[in-house]
Design a protein around this ligand. Structure first.
Ligand code: AR6
Length: 175
């Protein structure tokens, strides 16, 4: 099995352009769209995505739901609901970790091999990016050990800052 550190990459750009098995959306618990990456994904996927989301009945923080990708190059969208940052003592770390864990569990159950994540909760929800990157990489590495069929996880970075942080965090895992 390819070690987990060799199955994670950082990439800078727009997640809606990626032709992977699933892109992850940083959604809110209504699953009915919003701003940030959520807005971009719904715009690119078209109205059919919202129609499918309406059938799901929302999603609690820390959990994830899967839909088709419609007009996106990605086949599926995994909608994960990250925590709103409120100082760090309201289970934010654990809730963010469970977004990555639950998204990858869904991907593995569905037989998906390539998954791309945005930096969940680090925009509108205000989670400190450095702390979020550490959690994202550590939790994903753990999940990849569990799911050998997932071939690659891409961490999509919207800013130079995020790209530097992911690159550094991933390099630290290499033997
Ligand atoms: N591709 C990749 N990353 C992106 C893109 C994109 N097209 N657009 C933004 N980002 P945010 P949150 C980055 O605010 O903090 C919505 O209204 C962005 O720079 O999208 O989890 C939802 O409906 C940041 O690093 O999500 C919720 O109500 C990261 O994606 C709420 O925002 C996440 O920023 C969720 O807030």
């Amino acid at each position: 099995m390819t070690p987990s550190h060799a199955r994670m990459v950082a990439w800078q750009g727009d997640i809606t352009t990626l032709a992977v098995d699933a892109i992850v959306n940083a959604a809110n618990s209504s699953l009915l769209g919003g701003g940030g990456v959520d807005g971009a994904i719904h715009r690119a996927a078209g109205p059919e995505l919202l129609a499918e989301c309406r059938t799901l009945g929302g999603c609690p923080t820390g959990e994830a739901r899967i839909t088709r990708g419609y007009r996106l190059p990605a086949r599926h969208v995994i909608h994960a609901v990250g925590p709103v940052w409120s100082g760090g003592s309201h289970h934010e770390d654990e809730l963010l970790a469970s977004c990555y864990r639950n998204s990858l569990a869904l991907a593995a159950t569905q037989g998906l091999r390539t998954v791309a994540f945005p930096a969940i909760s680090t925009g509108i929800y205000g989670f400190p990016i450095e702390r979020a990157v550490r959690i994202a990489v550590a939790e994903t590495a753990r999940a990849l050990d569990r799911y050998p069929n997932i071939e690659q996880v891409t961490f999509v970075c919207f800013s130079d800052d995020a790209y530097d942080l992911y690159t550094r965090e991933l390099a630290a895992l290499r033997p």
